[in-house]
Design a protein around this ligand. Structure first.
Ligand code: 2P0
Length: 344
């Protein structure tokens, strides 16, 4: 970009002082899970993970630089945020400010279309949107890889929501730990049917739960090893358009992750009776010849991978099995994007 003329410099500085950007990002659901960090400060995962970004439950976030403010302000779903939520977002903005060589505070206004903190990946869409909006507001222009690394520092799984479709997040050192798109067969038409059996916030954060699991579960290391093999196999299955193989691998990877938690001391248990009812129905669907495979995250809700053509049948079966659950059908969604281009 050309240097502004001397005459326009004060105007440019004033514009920068109130620059803003709005970004939208969607949650992703891992088919091969991220569970456990090798570095808590840098959000480096113990294992590679692989996810599908959804086309439901977006987060929309606007960041406006506020040169006159003494501290950051965060408005979350229409309410002023404080406590841990404000601390996490401020710490993330500090990282962006360090990268940009800037010091001004910001106003963050963010809204989740889906439930927050209920194992529906709101932190993934949230920090992917925040990373892109904050980078725009502070004048950074990260490429997709740099944006994924930046989003990772807010919440590990956010590294994957930078990308649409399927994404693989690499374990490794800081510079190497980013997500990137995974090519899949053109014939693959997947859907993820989400059964929200409980939309309330989880009792134990995934951050604390994974810390405890790594520190105390005798099943953790065997799961981490087998997860590496699951990743190799699911990439091959997705590449050849074999949803049945991919679904089997995803289900075993998720149940294995929950086994590591159940063996932690004290145990971490996200399953609820309604979760098991849904898992039973998924098994019954399969016995009846419908391809359906379950995955669960750090919460009681169940996500069911199936062919798009079967998604209505699967959704109806889950509604019948768990009448109290809200059931949503998602397809592969888009990557994070700026809504207002240059961001002014
Ligand atoms: C995942 N989960 O791969 C796994 C599976 C939950 C179960 O990523 O500590 O909110 O902010 O990096 O990303 C949830 O953990 O945790 C998660 P932090 P994050 O989707």
């Amino acid at each position: 970009m050309a240097e502004p003329s001397t005459a326009s410099r004060p105007a440019a500085a004033a514009a920068a002082a109130r620059a803003g950007a709005t970004a939208v990002a969607h949650p992703n659901i891992a088919l091969i899970k991220y569970w456990g960090k090798s570095d808590e400060r840098l959000f480096l995962p113990r294992t590679d993970s692989l996810s599908m970004t959804l086309d439901v439950f977006p987060t929309t976030t606007r960041v406006t630089v506020d040169a006159g403010a003494a501290q950051d302000t965060v408005v979350f779903d229409g309410r002023l945020a404080g406590g841990e939520r404000l601390r996490r977002i401020t710490a993330f903005l500090d990282l962006v400010r360090r990268q940009a060589g800037r010091a001004e505070r910001a106003v963050v206004v963010t809204r989740n279309a889906g439930p927050t903190g209920a194992g529906l990946a709101s932190s993934a869409s949230g920090f992917a949107a925040l990373a892109l909006a904050a980078a725009g507001a502070y004048g950074l222009a990260p490429d997709a890889r740099a944006l994924s690394r930046l989003a990772r520092r807010g919440s590990g799984s956010a590294s994957r929501s930078v990308f649409g479709g399927f994404a693989l997040w690499h374990a490794g050192a800081d510079a190497d730990s980013f997500a990137e798109p995974v090519p899949v067969a053109g014939s693959l038409e997947p859907a993820l049917v989400v059964a929200v059996v409980d939309a309330g916030p989880k009792a134990l954060s995934s951050r604390e739960a994974m810390r405890r699991t790594v520190a105390t579960s005798p099943l953790y290391e065997p799961w981490a090893r087998s997860s590496g093999q699951d990743l190799v196999e699911i990439r091959a299955a997705l590449g050849r358009g074999d949803l049945a193989a991919a679904g089997e691998i995803a289900e075993r990877n998720a149940l294995g992750m929950h086994a590591t938690m159940l063996a932690a001391r004290p145990a971490v248990r996200y399953f609820r009776p309604a979760s098991l009812t849904v898992l039973d129905r998924v098994a019954a669907l399969r016995q009846g010849g419908v391809g359906a495979w379950a995955t669960m995250d750090a919460g009681p809700n169940v996500k069911v991978l199936c062919h798009r053509a079967d998604s209505a049948v699967v959704a109806a079966a889950l509604r019948e099995a768990a009448p109290g659950a809200a059931v949503h059908v998602a397809g592969p969604g888009p990557g994070a994007r700026l809504l207002d281009g240059a961001g002014r």
